[in-house]
Design a protein around this ligand. Structure first.
Ligand code: FES
Length: 98
C-alpha cells in the first residue's frame, strides 16, 4: 500500500490518501467537507480539476475519455502519485449528467 499527499489548492488543505481508498473516502474519514451525491461516478458533483499528478478511476463512467485525464471524480479516484486538485471545477459533460 502506498500513501500520497493530496493537496486541495485554493483551500490550502492537504490530506494523506492511500492507493486503496478513494479521495472522497479519505476526506470523509478526516472530516474534510467535500461535495458529493451519487458516489458511483455518474453525477459529477464530486469533480475536481487535476492540476498535478495521476489518479486511477476506471469506474468514473460520468467522464468522457478526454476528461478523465483532466478531472478526478473523487468518489471513484484513487491516487497514483501525489496530487494537486482544484475543487469546484466540473467537466463539460456535466451538462448531460443526471
Ligand atoms: S458523487 Fe456522483 S460522481 Fe462522485
Amino acid at each position: 500500500m502506498e500513501e500520497y499527499n493530496v493537496e486541495f489548492v485554493a483551500k490550502d488543505t492537504s490530506i494523506t490518501v492511500s492507493d486503496t481508498e478513494t479521495i472522497l473516502q479519505a476526506c470523509l474519514k478526516e472530516g474534510f467537507p467535500l461535495e458529493y451525491s451519487c458516489r458511483v461516478g455518474m453525477c459529477l458533483a464530486c469533480s475536481a480539476r487535476i492540476i498535478e499528478g495521476k489518479v486511477t478511476q476506471p469506474a468514473a463512467r460520468g467522464l468522457t475519455s478526454g476528461e478523465a485525464s483532466k478531472y478526478a471524480l473523487t468518489c471513484m479516484a484513487r491516487p497514483q502519485s501525489d496530487l494537486k486538485l482544484r475543487l469546484g471545477e466540473y467537466p463539460p459533460s456535466i451538462e448531460n449528467s443526471c
